[in-house]
Write a protein that binds this ligand. Structure first.
Ligand code: CTP
Length: 396
C-alpha cells in the first residue's frame, strides 16, 4: 500500500498516453495520491477529465491556469512528490529534461524536485535509436533518473523495433519499489570500494586493470540516496567526486586494505566493488626501467585479500568477475571469503561489465539462492543489491 505517498504522474504526447490512465488507476487503488501533469500534446491523445475521474485529484495542464491550485507556487508539486513518474515519455521531453529546460509544468516540476524520477519512454524506433536521444538518456541515467524500457515490439508506425511503451505492470512495480526504498538505509554506515588498484613497477609504470569504478560509484550514490552514511574508498578513476559521500582515495591494494580495515570498524556493511590487484611487483624500481634487455621478467607477490581478511559484525558483499563457470566460481568465492552476498558478473559479455554503463549480474546469497537480474543500468543494479543488503540488515 502506498498510503500517504504522492506520485506526480507526468503524461506526454505519445499514442501510448491512454495507457497512463491504467497506471493512474492502479496507483490510486494502491492508495497513493496521484497528481497528474499533462503536457499540451498529451491532451490531444487523452482528456484531463479521464485522469481527474480516476485519481480524484485536479489535473494540471497549463502553468498559467489562474484557477489551478498549483499556478502560484509552480514548484509545489515538485516539493509534494515522493516520486515523479513520466509515462509515456517522448523523445522531446527527455531532450528537454536532459538540457534542463523548464518551459512547461512537467519540466518545471522535474527540474525543481528532489524526488526520484522514473521515465518510461515511448517513441518511434528511429527517434529512439538516434544518437541524440541515446545521449540524452545516458545523461539522465548518469544523474540517477530511473528508466523503465522502452520495450521491443510493434510500434504505432506498424514497424517492429525498440521504442514501445513497456507493460503497465512494469511502471507500477518500479514506482512501488522506488517508494518503498525511501530512506531504508537511514542511520546505517556503508563502506563501498570502487575502481581498479594500481601496483607500481617504477616511477611511471604500474600494473592496472580495466575497472572504471562505475559500479562502486553507483552503489555509493544509491546508498547515499537511501539515507546511509557512505564511505567510498576508491582507487583512481575518471569519475566525478560524488556529492554527500565521504571519499578516501587510494592507489594500491595495500592502501585499500588499510583504508577498509579502518573503515569497517563502524560499518553495517562492506561492499567490495573494487577490482583489486591480486599481485604486485616484489620490487619497486626507484628509477625508470630502461629497455636495455630483450626480455624483462617482473617477479610478483600476492597482495592482501581484503575481503577475505577483514571480518566483524557487518554484512559482507563481494563481486565475482568471471570469464567461465560463473555461478560455480562465484559460490566458491562466497564461501571462501565468508560473504553474505556475491554479485557475479560475466566479463565475456560485451554489453555488460567493465567500462560500460549497464550490467547483467546474478546475485547469490549465502544460502545458495541465485537471483539473475536482467541487463540494467548500473544505478539500478546498485539499488537491487542494496535491496538485499536492507533485507539482511533487518534480519541481523
Ligand atoms: N578482492 C579483495 N582483495 C583482493 C582481490 C579481490 O578484496 N586482493 C575482492 C574483490 O573486490 C571482489 C572479490 O574479492 O569483491 C572477488 O574478486 P575476484 O577478483 O573476482 O576474485 P579473487 O579473489 O581475486 O579470485 P580470482 O582472481 O582467483 O578469480
Amino acid at each position: 500500500m502506498l498510503t500517504n505517498k504522492t506520485v506526480v504522474l507526468g503524461i506526454t504526447g505519445s499514442i501510448a498516453a491512454y495507457k497512463a490512465v491504467d497506471i493512474a488507476s492502479q496507483l490510486t487503488e494502491a492508495k497513493a495520491k496521484v497528481k497528474v501533469i499533462m503536457t499540451e500534446a498529451a491532451t490531444q491523445f487523452v482528456t484531463p477529465l479521464s485522469f481527474r475521474s480516476i485519481s480524484g485529484e485536479p489535473v494540471v495542464t497549463d502553468m498559467f491556469e489562474p484557477k489551478s491550485e498549483f499556478s502560484v507556487q509552480h514548484v509545489s508539486l515538485a516539493e509534494a512528490a515522493d516520486v515523479v513518474v513520466i509515462a509515456p515519455a517522448t523523445a522531446n521531453v527527455i531532450a528537454k529534461l536532459a538540457a534542463g529546460i523548464a518551459d512547461d509544468m512537467l519540466c518545471c516540476t522535474v527540474l525543481a524536485t528532489k524526488a526520484p524520477v522514473i521515465i518510461a519512454p515511448a517513441m518511434n524506433v528511429n527517434m529512439y535509436e538516434n544518437s541524440i536521444t541515446q545521449y540524452n538518456i545516458a545523461k539522465l541515467k548518469a544523474r540517477g533518473f530511473i528508466f523503465v524500457g522502452p520495450a521491443y515490439g510493434r510500434l504505432a508506425s506498424g514497424k517492429m523495433g525498440w521504442g514501445r511503451f513497456v507493460e503497465i505492470r512494469e511502471v507500477v512495480d518500479t514506482t512501488q519499489q522506488v517508494l518503498r526504498r525511501g530512506s531504508d538505509l537511514a542511520g546505517r554506515h556503508i563502506v563501498v570500494t570502487a575502481g581498479g588498484t594500481q601496483e607500481p613497477i617504477d616511477p611511471v609504470r604500474h600494473i592496472g586493470n580495466r575497472s572504471s569504478g562505475k559500479m562502486g560509484y553507483a552503489l555509493a550514490e544509491a546508498a547515499r540516496d537511501r539515507g546511509a552514511d557512505v564511505m567510498l574508498i576508491s582507487a583512481l578513476t575518471a569519475l566525478p567526486r560524488p556529492v554527500g559521500v565521504e571519499l578516501t582515495e587510494v592507489r594500491t591494494a595495500q592502501e585499500m586494505y588499510e583504508a577498509v580495515a579502518e573503515a569497517v570498524a563502524e560499518a553495517d556493511a562492506l561492499i567490495m566493488a573494487a577490482a583489486v590487484a591480486d599481485y604486485r611487483p616484489m620490487e619497486l624500481s626507484e628509477t625508470k626501467i630502461k629497455k636495455e634487455t630483450a626480455t624483462l621478467t617482473l617477479k610478483l607477490e600476492r597482495t592482501p585479500d581484503i575481503l577475505g581478511d577483514v571480518s566483524g559484525d557487518f554484512i559482507k558483499v563481494g563481486f565475482a568477475a568471471e570469464s567461465e563457470n560463473l555461478i560455480e566460481n562465484a559460490k566458491q568465492k562466497l564461501h571462501k571469503k565468508q560473504l553474505d552476498l556475491i554479485v557475479a558478473n560475466d566479463i565475456t559479455a560485451t554489453d555488460s561489465g567493465f567500462g560500460v554503463d549497464s550490467d547483467r549480474v546474478v546475485v547469490i546469497s549465502s544460502d545458495g539462492k541465485a537471483d539473475s537480474l536482467p541487463l540494467l543500468p548500473k544505478r539500478q543494479v546498485a539499488d537491487r543489491i542494496l535491496d538485499k543488503v536492507v533485507e539482511l540488515l533487518a534480519k541481523r
